[in-house]
Design a protein around this ligand. Structure first.
Ligand code: TYC
Length: 112
């Protein structure tokens, strides 16, 4: 004898109390996630990169400095992982800030 589960609708949905149990698909599909990456270059000031990591990615001073140094030394580094729309917004914000300040800083996103 099976009891009604979480994802069961008791009654047929017709309004009258029929006692029929129907399955409803639990709609909990995970969104695809994207890594937002910062690329090194020879010209963008370290202080500006730290500023970007603080303002756009909400990093504290210490995390921002560590990520900046990682990118400076390794060539690329992870700023965060987000849904497609949020990742795209972050990339645009970084590129706009870099442009406005005439720095060649590059930011990209890729599927996790
Ligand atoms: N390499 C830059 C410099 O020496 C600093 C830098 C770090 C630039 C990280 C970009 O994503 C970057 N001024």
């Amino acid at each position: 004898m099976k009891m009604a589960d979480n994802d069961d609708d008791v009654n047929g949905g017709g309004g009258s109390q029929t006692g029929v149990i129907t399955k409803t698909k639990p709609k909990t599909k995970k969104p695809r996630l994207y890594k937002v990456l910062l690329l090194n270059d020879d010209y963008t000031p370290m202080e500006f990169v730290i500023f970007v990591l603080e303002q756009v990615f909400g990093k504290g001073r210490e995390d921002a400095t560590a990520i900046m140094l990682h990118v400076h030394q390794k060539g690329v580094g992870l700023c965060g992982v987000y849904t497609h729309e949020i990742a795209e917004t972050k990339v645009t914000q970084v590129m706009d800030l870099a442009h406005e300040n005439q720095h060649p800083l590059q930011c990209t996103m890729e599927k996790e």
